[in-house]
Design a protein around this ligand. Structure first.
Ligand code: HEC
Ligand code: HEC
Length: 372
């Protein structure tokens, strides 16, 4: 009899905990608890072809098999990440679009004015120069703080995400396996974004036709693709005035993006103070860096339209027309943006070459897909 009363009392308590409608009410009960299960992370061996640069190692966030798996779950988990359960990282970074969203500017979140186009998430492990178009996030794991906040409504914040993770049936054991923690109270913002970054670091794209032809010798370029590579894409546009496309100067192989910051001539501004989006200059306060953005990779470029930080160009043809026009002679424009003329045949060859950078296997690779 006495035992039943205690049980009854307990279930009332649990009910009260589950029914806390108002924020802050009834949250304490599921928040803390000892976690059991394996606690030793297994080091993750990143598979990187020898011709790619060595991945940058982040001593603050060693990659483990369990950490990657945890990160993948969070990346795809709309219930955990957004207040109304509709949005996860994958809403804007869709695998079938090489982890972009197909929109000029990303939708559905509280973004500040001057919002930008979602970036592809491939080969992030090789970028030493800060993340986002303007390099505003020095570390990959810190980058994820903002998208999560953006996915939440005003009255919620990271605490809400952590509360859900701690109360979940599955996540505590995953956090323990990845980071060796003992108690759900140790599930923190830092560990959550570190897991996301571990997953992101594994997304390596190196299985395009370009890779097969140039590095594996298992395929051949068509004559058109070869023309696009040898006579157009990789022909250096120096000295200034040489009028070659010279794309490879900044979009250099094997990464096809130098990760450095340039003004590639998009905006016609009267003064360096007039850029709508200041890019790097908005981050470091250096006026001469206004309008400079990080050169993104052109790997999978045929899949990631629309193009540029604000998605202003819908097609690769429009991109070529932009570069051919030579920009606007703004004083910090890169000297390699000089303009050029292409015949129709050359334009098609350059486009054909750009299509050889598509990595089809990335789009269906189960390691990067939503967990079941
Ligand atoms: C609403 C759309 C949206 C959502 C949701 C979103 N992102 Fe993004 N992501 C973007 C945009 C836009 C950028 C470019 C931001 C900038 O330059 O200011 C970006 C940039 C990034 C970058 C930088 C890539 C690079 O090469 O520098 C990473 C990494 C990233 N997002 C990861 C994530 C993760 C992890 C999540 C989930 C926690 C997430 N994103 C959720 C739209 C989104
Ligand atoms: C001076 C360096 C430089 C040269 C030369 C250059 N680019 Fe770019 N490219 C950039 C930068 C920087 C960006 C990002 C600009 C932005 O969004 O504000 C970019 C963006 C792009 C994008 C959009 C990528 C995306 O994810 O939206 C495409 C496509 C592109 N370049 C193709 C080319 C082609 C083709 C050529 C040769 C005709 C070329 N680039 C020459 C620096 C360069």
């Amino acid at each position: 009899m006495g035992r039943r009363i205690i049980l009854l009392g307990l279930s009332v308590l649990l009910l009260a905990a589950g029914c806390g409608d108002e924020p802050g009410v009834g949250m304490e009960v599921p928040v803390e608890g000892t976690i059991s299960g394996p606690s030793t992370p297994t080091p993750y061996a990143l598979e990187v072809p020898a011709y790619l640069p060595a991945p940058i190692v982040d001593p603050e966030n060693p990659v483990s098999v369990e950490g990657v798996e945890l990160g993948r779950h969070i990346f795809y988990d709309a219930e955990i990440l957004s207040t109304d359960g509709t949005m996860s990282c994958a809403s804007c970074h869709r695998q079938e679009l090489a982890f972009t969203d197909g929109l000029d500017r990303s939708l559905g979140v509280r973004r500040l004015a001057g919002s930008r186009s979602a970036m592809s998430l491939v080969n992030l492990a090789f970028n030493p120069n800060g993340f986002n178009w303007d390099g505003s996030a020095p570390k990959l794991w810190e980058q994820a703080i903002h998208p999560v906040e953006d996915m939440l409504e005003l009255d919620n914040d990271w605490e809400e995400v952590l509360r859900k993770l701690r109360a979940d049936a599955d996540y505590p054991a995953r956090f323990r396996a990845a980071f060796g923690i003992d108690n759900t109270a140790e599930i923190s913002r830092e560990l959550t974004i570190k897991a996301l970054a571990q997953f992101e670091r594994t997304i390596i794209s190196a299985d395009s036709k370009y890779d097969r032809v140039v590095y594996h010798n298992t395929d051949f370029f068509t004559e058109q693709e070869q023309l696009g590579a040898d006579s157009l894409f990789f022909v250096e546009n120096l000295p200034p005035g040489a009028l070659h496309p010279g794309c490879g100067h900044c979009h250099n192989a094997p990464s096809f993006g130098d990760n450095k910051f340039h003004n590639n001539g998009l905006d016609d501004v009267a003064s360096l103070d007039d850029f709508i989006d200041k890019g790097l200059g908005g981050v470091n306060g250096n006026r001469f860096d206004n309008g400079k953005f990080r050169t993104p990779t052109l790997r999978n470029i045929a899949l990631t339209a629309p193009y540029m930080h604000d998605g202003r160009f819908e097609t690769l043809e429009e991109v070529l027309d932009h570069y051919a026009s030579g920009g606007h002679d703004v004083e910090n424009e890169d000297p390699n943006i000089t303009g050029f003329t292409l015949t129709e045949r050359e334009k098609e060859a350059l486009l054909a070459f750009l299509h050889t950078l598509t990595d089809e296997s990335l789009l269906t690779d189960a390691r990067f897909a939503a967990p079941h």
